[in-house]
Write a protein that binds this ligand. Structure first.
Ligand code: DAK
Length: 257
């Protein structure tokens, strides 16, 4: 098994554990990752998910180049679909996902981080889309998600050159939300994950669904969806609890109902 799933209360920590290959994703690992993400996505006791890599050096150094080197066109299609499924699960599961980028996040690794809602990095992190140097392009969502995160001009520069950025530059261009010393990365990520896990699950799910629409379709369609989701939350106990707690000057206790 190259994917570990552990729990810290309502937070699931999904760790890619193949450090001998810098956590590169081969067929077995990406299939296991997809199963693990499907499981945490549908487990109501999980309210936030952290994705990270085992060892000191890498988050995920990419898709496994040795595995990819022999793919036919049809196999490459299936391979692309597997990576798309994982990144889409991270992006669309109805609970927050946070990447704890503890080292190299290259190619498919950067694309998994881009699928997450929030990215925290260690000072040792290096991110990039080096596929151009292998004669291919980012195939697990990078061509679409990187421009949405850092803007089209910077994304094109990174994808066309294949150059890596360090953690400081990644923070400056908005590719990661914050940077921490290596030993602080997981504690800080878990602190955030626990904070998010304590929010109303339904409000969180709808907030994620609504913000995901921000860069898709028209503003008018997005506003219409926002209005529907907003109104629907007034049918939940969590809305009464959240507002009641404010009025009664006490912390809220959300149940997900
Ligand atoms: N794949 C396979 N093995 C990898 C790997 C990778 N991506 N990255 C590292 N490794 C392995 C190395 O081969 C080495 O194994 P041994 O040779 O010892 O058996 C071990 O991990 C340690 O790596 P190094 O010895 O190279 O370590 P260094 O510290 O010297 O260098 C490095 C670290 C991260 C700079 C270097 O390993 C490196 O450049 N790695 C490759 C990074 C990279 O290019 N990543 C992007 C992969 S391409 C698509 C679908 C998906 C994709 C594209 C298209 N379609 C369907 C269209 C996705 C593409 C990618 O992700």
């Amino acid at each position: 098994m190259s994917i570990d799933v552990t729990r810290d209360g309502a937070v699931a920590i999904v760790t890619v554990n193949r450090p001998e290959a810098l956590n590169a994703l081969n067929l077995e690992t990406i299939q296991e990752l997809r199963s693990a993400l499907q499981a945490v996505a549908t487990d109501d006791s999980v309210r936030a998910v952290v994705l990270t890599g085992a060892g000191e050096k890498a988050f995920i150094a990419g898709a496994d180049i040795k595995y990819m080197s022999t793919l036919t066109v049809l196999e490459a299609r299936a391979w692309g679909a597997l990576g798309h499924a994982c990144a889409s699960l991270l992006e669309s599961m109805p609970k927050p996902t946070i990447a704890a980028i503890n080292g190299f996040a290259l190619g498919g690794g950067c694309e998994m981080a881009l699928g997450c809602d929030i990215r925290y990095a260690s000072t040792k992190a290096k991110l990039g889309q080096p596929e151009i140097n292998l004669g291919i392009l980012p195939g697990w969502g990078g061509s679409q998600r990187l421009p949405r995160v850092v803007g089209l001009g910077i994304a094109k520069e990174l994808i066309f050159t294949g150059r890596m950025v360090d953690a400081a530059e990644a923070a400056r261009i908005g590719l990661v939300n914050a940077v921490f010393e290596p030993e602080e990365l997981l504690p800080k990520t878990l602190e955030l994950a626990q904070q998010l896990a304590g929010k109303s699950p339904s409000a969180m799910a709808f907030a994620k669904q609504a913000t995901n629409l921000a860069l898709q379709g028209s503003v008018a369609d997005g506003l219409a969806q926002e209005a529907t989701l907003f109104a629907a939350l007034f049918a939940t106990e969590d809305q009464s609890e959240g507002m009641g707690a404010f009025i009664e000057k006490r912390p809220p206790s959300f149940t997900g109902r």
